[in-house]
Design a protein around this ligand. Structure first.
Ligand code: SAM
Ligand code: SF4
Length: 452
């Protein structure tokens, strides 16, 4: 399924391996695929570990403090490798490096790092690598012009699912979030470009795609006569495409047109990742989310009325500035009422430059910690309850991989995102297999093939 570069082997890098470590979200994974494509046009080939690589790239994330700390720790650990192999090229890019101050700090602290650049300069990676080879260090950050180029070469890493960007950046300015500052204003790709990419991917062998955007629901606001519902309709017509996923959906922009498209087109998966963030109207307002808990519940009800098998997943932040025990109880209450299949839960992490970071009433760390624990306990119970309803149900699993080491078990997802494990072997990877669920564990379903 990999694209072959026409320039391979012509530049003297043949046989030299690159290794990319990616932190953060699916957008970063997609950017790393582009970085890989660019490196392969230079003649590098994909390696399997840092130790044997000639070039190591870190793609960074700055959404939470934790991600930042991990990046600094991991880069520090590369010093030894560089001492052993002075020709090793080390580069750091991505959202964290899109912030001038942080990029400069990293550049100064780690003199063995050769290349530091912001996400928006990804297309210049080949030039940066060439100057590193001639012994020059690069620090390149352009905070003003955040444009990301389409149609750069890329090497997909998904075995059975390919990511397709549909819009870049974000205009929402949720008060806790750094993304609009490092990913720039929202820009939609032309529907034609998305459909053409989907067709190319099907021709390469992919039958499942995930359409990506910080907020897919606002797709097309900057184009004439375009919307996410219309885009889903267009992509669903691509011959050979069996599953279309998408993320992330901002509740404020979720339309009836989109729900209708999900329900109408068979290959659009019945799963919505719908970040709720908080169950308290006061906190939602302070977060600048532009919906209420009532509106959120209304959307959930509409989705379920249109698609009884739809599964919802979410993101939730606890300990946002000003969050009282009562506010937090409202979050627990909304989680109880909605019944998410699963949730990513976070302690609020102040991000320099965002509005919430300077708000008074920051919540003490022990409160954040205990709220996160209580929320996770509730979500675990809800996930288990949600799983129980699958016992005896038969669905189609798109097989992602198999684990032969521990037990011969294959895994993959139902259309609605539920992960399913069943006995099988690697020749099933990429196939669509009917499986009947026999038992459940915490967040996973176990079953047996229904066609044997
Ligand atoms: N664009 C997506 C959206 O609006 O839902 C998600 C973007 S963000 C990379 C993923 C999640 O990280 C958010 O939904 C939010 O829950 C969490 N997040 C963002 N900023 C945060 C912060 N400062 N502290 C804690 N969690 C944060
Ligand atoms: Fe961040 Fe909000 Fe934009 Fe999502 S919608 S990326 S949380 S600002």
């Amino acid at each position: 399924m990999e694209q072959k570069s026409p320039f391979r082997d012509e530049t003297g890098h043949a046989g030299r391996a690159y290794y990319i470590e990616t932190f953060g979200c699916q957008m970063n994974v997609r950017d790393s695929e582009t970085a890989a494509g660019l490196l392969e046009t230079l003649g590098f080939s994909r390696g399997t570990d840092k130790e044997s690589a000639s070039l190591i790239l870190f793609n960074t994330c700055c959404v939470r403090d934790h991600a930042e700390k991990r990046v600094f720790g991991n880069i520090g650990a590369l010093k030894e490798l560089k001492e052993e192999n002075p020709n090793l090229i080390i580069g750091v890019f991505g959202c964290m490096m899109q912030q001038q101050e942080v990029a400069e700090k990293l550049y100064k602290r780690f003199p063995f790092v050769d290349i530091v650049f912001g996400t928006n300069l990804l297309s210049r990676l080949p030039a940066f690598v060439e100057s590193a080879e001639s012994g020059a260090r690069t620090l390149a950050v352009d905070e003003q012009n955040i444009q990301i180029e389409d149609d750069l070469p890329s090497i997909r890493t998904g075995k059975i699912n390919a990511f397709v960007n549909i819009n870049y950046g974000c205009d929402n300015y949720c008060t806790y979030c750094i993304v609009p500052y490092v990913r720039g204003r929202e820009r939609s790709r032309e529907a034609n470009a998305v459909v053409e990419e989907a067709k190319r991917l099907v021709a390469e062998g992919y039958t499942e795609l995930t359409l990506l955007g910080q907020n897919v629901n606002s797709y097309g606001k900057d184009l004439a006569d375009a919307s996410f519902g219309k885009l889903l309709a267009e992509v669903s017509k691509v011959d050979g495409l069996k599953r279309i996923r998408f993320m992330t959906s901002h509740p404020k922009d979720l339309t009836d047109e989109m729900i209708d498209a999900m329900a109408r087109y068979e290959n659009v998966c019945h799963h919505v990742h719908l970040p709720m963030q908080s169950g308290s109207n006061e906190i939602l307002k302070r977060m600048n989310r532009k919906y209420t808990r009532e509106r959120y519940l209304e959307i959930v009800q509409k989705l379920r009325a249109a698609m009884p098998d739809v599964e919802l997943t979410t993101d939730i932040i606890v300990g946002f500035p000003g969050e009282t025990e009562e506010d937090f109880l409202e979050t627990l209450d909304l989680v109880e009422k909605v019944g998410f299949a699963s949730a990513f839960t976070f302690k609020y992490s102040p991000r320099k430059g965002t509005r919430a970071a300077t708000m008074e009433e920051q919540v003490p760390e022990p409160d954040k910690r205990s709220r996160l624990q209580r929320l996770n306990e509730l979500q675990e119970r809800k996930s288990r309850e949600n799983n129980e309803k699958y016992v005896g149900v038969t669905g189609i699993v798109h097989v992602e991989d198999c684990d032969e080491k521990h037990e011969p078990v294959c895994y993959g997802k139902f259309s609605n995102f539920k992960m399913v494990y069943f006995p099988g072997s690697p020749e099933l990877i990429g196939q669509y297999v009917p499986v009947t669920i026999t038992n459940v564990r915490k967040n996973s379903l176990y079953g047996k093939r229904a066609d044997e």
